[in-house]
Design a protein around this ligand. Structure first.
Ligand code: NAP
Length: 244
């Protein structure tokens, strides 16, 4: 399905990003993925998938430009960008140092801006391309203790729509996937009680798997979604579909 496609996935060393790399590789794409701190996990993704790892922090604008330039120089283009890398630093606003606010915004939102900006020029030259941003239901509904994360993900959804309006006429499709709770390292550190409360609200009574999110990313990256532009596809086991 992705034969001859060149994909760049941010945060592919673990969790959802790794599942996206696996999915794309299984569909025969050439895949580059970034990581920041977990070299061993990144190497494991390489061994499992045959993807290419690139150490590239979301906060390092120069490294991001260099990463995109290197891939374009080597492969001639980038067909798919998945802005997946993200962090949480939960805490009540009263106690939140500005640094914690800023770190989450910079990683989740500014990082996505930097990567999108870097790929837009080569995609415009090619007059085609796909960008999929991985947001969160925290960007849609209120979740206490996540003002920083919610602000980053709500903004990422708004960013997706406006960028889609800019790039749609140029043959570049931009969409977002909006996961609910997913079994990854990010949710593994969630306190048991909070986990139970969240499980009770999910219609299917379980967290999603990285593969279930990767399937949505893969669909929005493929020609099967050629008429879908500027949308935010919620994949949350029904969490936000009802108030009951
Ligand atoms: P995860 O397991 O914690 O993995 C995060 C990935 O992002 C890792 O590959 C990590 O690289 C990379 N990353 C983090 N900070 C980075 C930085 N500053 N520079 C470069 N790479 C960085 O997270 P996940 O659960 O798979 O989440 C993936 C995305 O889905 C995130 O955007 C998250 O907000 C979103 N999401 C997750 C859930 C969930 O329940 N898990 C729900 C909704 C949305 P290293 O391995 O090097 O640290």
């Amino acid at each position: 399905m992705f034969s001859n496609k060149i994909a760049l996935v941010t945060g592919g060393s673990r969790g959802i990003g790794r599942a996206v790399v696996e999915d794309f590789r299984a569909k025969h794409a050439t895949v580059y993925f970034t990581y920041h701190r977990h070299e061993e996990a990144a190497e494991e993704t390489v061994q499992k998938t045959g993807g290419h790892k690139v150490l590239c922090p979301q906060g390092d604008a120069e490294a991001i430009e260099r990463t995109v330039e290197d891939i374009v120089q080597r492969e001639g283009r980038i067909d798919i960008l998945v802005n997946n890398a993200g962090i949480t630093a939960d805490g009540y606003l009263m106690m939140m140092p500005f640094d914690e606010w800023n770190k989450v915004l910079d990683t989740n939102l500014n990082g996505a801006f930097r990567f999108a900006k870097a790929v837009v020029r080569p995609m415009m030259s090619a007059q085609k391309g796909v960008i999929v941003n991985v947001a969160s239901v925290s960007g849609l509904v209120g979740i206490g203790g996540q003002t920083n994360y919610a602000a980053s993900k709500g903004a990422l959804i708004a960013f997706t729509r406006s960028l889609a309006a800019e790039l749609g006429p140029r043959g570049i499709r931009v969409n977002a996937v909006v996961p609910g709770f997913v079994e990854t390292d990010m949710t593994a550190r969630m306190p048991r009680q909070i986990k139970q409360q969240n499980l009770a609200r999910i219609l299917v009574k379980r967290f999603g798997t990285p593969r279930e999110i990767a399937a949505a990313v893969s669909f929005l990256s493929s020609e099967d979604s050629s008429y879908i532009i500027g949308q935010a596809l919620v994949v949350d086991g029904g969490l936000t579909s009802t108030v009951a």
